[in-house]
Ligand binder design. Structure first.
Ligand code: AMP
Length: 247
């Protein structure tokens, strides 16, 4: 089993360094996960990391860390971003791209990366392309998870996250051993504001409005793999694993 890196450099940005990045994996993976909110990208990211290594780079986790005051004082741009997040709207491209640019070291890291939640628009995809080219790296695979909307709504409603280590749980499919407590670190589990029903509808609309150009951008590059995300996390992971080992 692979070590779960602490992601300090990603979550805090600036000059922050990871405290315990663990051993360097034999193959540093450079993978991007796409799909609607609630499709299970975070769960798959955890399974991919446990099995293959790489560091989970989620832009949503950076905003949530800022929201919980983990990164010190909040800049005006971040304040605006947190307002958009709470409503379930997308944060502006400029703010998200700046945030990733400030963490570009994570894209060149010897541990590899698993990007989740970025890019969400065509402009973000182009900005990422430039950053990867400058970093001298490229994506091994882009995985697009798909699922029916009813399934997504059911999944999001039961979702819980650890306040401390950000691991994901689900009340039906992946319940913690003790209710409300993270199995891995003992942290408190909570429901994200934007997982409440009103915000989920806004998020799905934002997704529908911006996702297709991103998917087509990667299809044209020949790196896109579509995976049907119905079924248990284990079943979806089997398909994901097979795709990754074939690239
Ligand atoms: P996530 O955890 O990926 O679902 O992200 C939670 C929220 O953070 C989203 O609903 C947006 O408000 C914001 N966010 C995260 N990543 C991005 C992005 N790449 N572009 C715009 N907004 C984002």
């Amino acid at each position: 089993m692979h070590h779960y890196p602490d992601r300090t450099a990603w979550l805090q940005g600036g000059n922050a360094r990871c405290i315990d990045p663990g051993p360097t994996p034999r193959r540093p993976w450079h993978v991007l996960l796409l799909g609607p909110p609630g499709v299970g990208k975070g769960t798959q990211a955890e399974l991919i990391i446990e099995s293959l290594g790489a560091c989970h780079l989620s832009t949503g986790d950076v905003f949530r860390a800022a929201h919980h005051g983990c990164n010190g004082p909040v800049s005006p741009a971040m304040q605006e971003a947190l307002g958009a997040m709470k409503r379930g709207e997308l944060v502006s491209d400029a703010t998200v791209v700046n945030l990733v640019r400030e963490r570009v070291g994570c894209l060149c890291c010897a541990h590899g990366f698993l990007l989740d939640g970025f890019p969400r628009t065509r402009d973000q995809a182009e900005a990422l392309d430039g950053m990867l080219a400058a970093a001298g790296t490229r994506l091994d695979a882009v995985i697009n998870y798909t699922a029916a909307e009813e399934e997504i709504l059911a999944r999001v409603g039961g979702r819980r996250v650890c306040r401390r280590c950000k691991r994901g749980y689900h009340l039906d499919h992946k319940a913690p051993r003790t209710p409300g407590v993270c199995d891995a670190c003992g942290g408190e589990l909570y429901q994200r504001d934007d997982d409440r029903a009103e915000a989920v509808h806004t998020r799905l609309e934002a997704y529908r409005a911006t996702a297709r150009p991103v998917v087509e951008f990667y299809r044209a590059k020949g790196v896109l793999h579509e995976i049907d995300a119905h079924g248990s996390p284990g079943q979806v992971f089997e398909k994901t694993h097979a795709v990754l080992l074939a690239v």
